[in-house]
Ligand binder design. Structure first.
Ligand code: DGY
Length: 325
């Protein structure tokens, strides 16, 4: 029988075409509710689910599912209960590598945008408030000579470090906060001698820009809480392109309101797409709608990877990018 794919939301044709060539594709007309998705996965009508990061593939769904695999159209997979999938022999795939530079670009954009008050400045011009150059107009913070603190030192953190070094920043990092782990010079590779490893608390305290690059899991949920925010410099900015729940967003709003830190650049939110009350009203923020990977070439590559993963799973083969092989 030809493989049967359930696709919850349209992905670029580069991926959909591969699926169509390999088997039968059901593209849902609208994003399913949790209950609808559970019922579809339990129906036995599909071999592989091609999921979005908004689809909740939890233990309950997986317990009832009659699937060979779940191919997530994302590098992150916190929407999937991987241990529950593994326990049932269901493979989980993701799309690593192809979105590294695009996401690091957004981290750098948020660093520059918060430092130089780009949203406030743009709004001033659009609202007719720009009446000419003055010495005090939209004065912001420097980036060069400042310290970038990285929470995590994986692919996207390293790509962000590369950009920050090119902008004349110093870089400190903690590889797996809140845990401590030493990264050897051999593991540092091109970064040996250029970046400094510090305990997580010191990274937060030393950073002029603290950028989050850890996966969301039990140990990183609310990694940045009121205590970490209080340990940061009052002139520092928080940057998050990873996952919203890594930051306690209510504590962040409070810290931004009361000057505990200077500002924040966010691409992800704790209860996405909802924002914590008050966040959108704060002038010292740059707020993006989870667009780290949103370039046409990157989304095409993600679609191809997700499709290749799905096709391999449907054939009973190991997918190119399995998170639980
Ligand atoms: C991911 O892939 O995990 C991003 O958050 C969306 O592309």
């Amino acid at each position: 029988m030809a493989p049967r794919f359930l696709v919850t939301e349209r992905i670029p044709a580069a991926g959909l075409d591969l699926l169509h060539d390999a088997g039968q594709v059901t593209l849902l007309p609208a994003v399913p509710s949790a209950g609808e998705l559970r019922a579809l996965c339990a129906s036995g009508d599909y071999d592989v689910l091609l999921s979005r990061l908004g689809d909740c593939v939890d233990a309950e769904l997986l317990a009832a599912a009659r699937l060979r695999g779940v191919s997530n159209y994302a590098v992150g997979f916190n929407n999937i209960d991987v241990p529950a999938a593994t326990a049932r022999g269901i493979l989980v795939g993701n799309t690593p590598g192809v979105l590294t530079d695009a996401t690091a670009d957004i981290a750098m954009l948020l660093i520059l945008g918060t430092a130089r008050r780009v949203i406030e400045a743009d709004s001033l011009v659009r609202s007719g408030g720009f009446t000419g150059w003055t010495p005090e107009l939209m004065v912001g913070a420097d980036v060069s000579g400042q310290v970038l603190g990285l929470a995590g030192f994986g692919r996207i953190a390293r790509a962000t470090a590369r950009r920050a070094l090119a902008f004349g920043m110093g870089v400190v990092f903690s590889p797996r906060p809140p845990a401590e782990r030493h990264v050897s010079d051999a593991e540092l590779g091109e970064f040996a001698g250029k970046v400094r490893q510090l305990p997580w608390g010191d990274v937060a305290a030393r950073a002029d820009f603290l950028s989050i690059h850890v996966p969301l899991n039990e140990s990183t949920h609310h990694l940045v809480d009121a205590a970490v925010l209080a340990a940061m410099k009052p002139t520092a900015f928080l940057i998050n392109t990873a996952r919203g729940p890594v930051v306690d967003e209510a504590a962040l709003v409070q810290a931004l309101r009361s000057g505990v830190i200077a500002g924040a650049g966010l691409d992800v939110y704790e209860n996405e797409p909802a924002l914590a009350p008050g966040l959108a009203e704060l002038p010292n923020t740059v707020l993006l709608p989870h667009v780290g990977s949103a370039t046409a070439p990157v989304r095409n590559k993600m679609a191809v990877l997700a499709a290749r993963n799905a096709i391999a799973m449907a054939k009973g083969e190991l997918p190119p990018h399995a998170v639980n092989p």
